[in-house]
Write a protein that binds this ligand. Structure first.
Ligand code: SF4
Length: 338
């Protein structure tokens, strides 16, 4: 890792601090451990990516930060400090005030995120309910933001309903709404998954420009490594509810230390140089998260697993100055915690 990156990361004020977070879902078959001992920082004005396969817990993490969990979810331990206050201990009303003001979210499916029976304009005015300005001022701000995110003819389109927009345009409207409140942190859950490749690039560039303009942080959840490489400063790799590796994007992509991160990168279509008809996949499946199991969570799919991996869950080991991974293969002298 370069020294300027380290200085930038360590000196940046921590906006969001997730510490030792454990979350279960109650199911008819027993408790499912969806998040296990997750710790992650989002510094001010930085973009942090969270990557992993389906079922890795990355979206559950985003929804936990936003407090948008189903009734069968149970945070069993840990904390989520946002601007120094634990969101998990906040009274409901105080938490509501933070949401939609300091914290906002972009969802995977823009159609379900918008109210189908209200015009875009009315929804954009409603979302500014914290602002002590007139309705016409709110409308003017909405028009400016629609223009900023590239909606053509905003004066006309502000009166349209969500179904009048294409998928890409709807996601632009959602981004406009999320940023209209000038959040300190934007949580984006797979915001480009429903879009084709061209639209994805446009949305990533738009997010990048707006993040710089507004100066907010972004927690960017995606299974698309190319999008993370393009947008993020740092990345956390999740597998089966655990963060198995995290660090600066450049370090993780060029020097992955965890066997799962390496496998994920080897299967990324954007990084495969020779032409092929069959894309490689990681053999095996994400394990069941029901009940307690011994050993490393990746042991059943890891080509380098050895005896210790079956018995003991690895702790975090430091690699270089600012990269950590949970794998017994890493030198025990570099142990961060035990
Ligand atoms: S601890 Fe063992 S099973 Fe887990 S990733 Fe490392 S080598 Fe593989």
């Amino acid at each position: 890792m370069r020294r300027d990156d380290l200085i930038q990361h360590t000196s940046a004020r921590r906006l969001l601090e997730i510490r030792a977070l454990n979350l279960d879902f109650g199911t008819p078959r027993g408790r499912m451990h969806a998040l296990r001992d997750v710790s992650l920082d989002v510094p001010a004005a930085q973009v942090i990516g969270v990557v992993g396969e389906s079922g890795s817990g990355k979206s559950t993490l985003a929804y936990t930060v936003m407090g948008l969990l189903p009734e069968n979810a149970d945070v069993t331990s840990g904390s989520i400090l946002f601007e120094g206050k634990d969101l998990l201990k906040m009274p409901t009303q105080a938490r509501r005030e933070v949401l939609g003001d300091r914290l906002s979210m972009i969802f995977q499916d823009p159609m379900t995120a918008l109210n189908p029976v209200r015009t875009i304009g009315n929804q954009m005015i409603d979302i500014q309910h914290h602002e002590q300005v007139s309705r016409s001022e709110k409308r003017t701000r909405a028009l400016e933001m629609l223009h900023r995110v590239g909606i053509p003819d905003p004066q006309i389109r502000i009166g349209a309903y969500p179904h009048h927009f294409s998928g890409g345009m709807r996601q632009r409207v959602c981004i406009a709404m999320a940023l209209l409140v000038k959040p300190a942190l934007l949580v984006a859950d797979e915001p480009t998954t429903a879009l084709d490749a061209t639209l994805e690039v446009q949305i990533i560039h738009l997010l990048k420009d707006l993040q710089k303009e507004i100066g907010c942080s972004i927690l960017f959840v995606s299974h698309h490594l190319g999008a993370v490489a393009e947008l993020c400063d740092r990345v956390a790799v999740m597998y089966a509810g655990e963060v198995v590796e995290q660090g600066a994007v450049r370090d993780i992509f060029h020097n992955p230390a965890h066997p799962y991160t390496r496998a994920l990168l080897e299967c990324d279509p954007g990084r495969i140089k020779k032409s092929t008809r069959t894309l490689p996949t990681i053999p095996g499946e994400v394990p069941s998260l029901l009940g307690n199991s011994k050993g490393c969570i990746f042991r059943t799919r890891c080509p380098q697993a050895f005896n210790r991996c079956l018995q003991e869950n690895p702790v975090e080991y430091r690699i270089g100055l600012d990269q950590v991974a949970r794998c017994h293969l890493l030198d025990e002298e570099r142990l961060v915690s035990a």
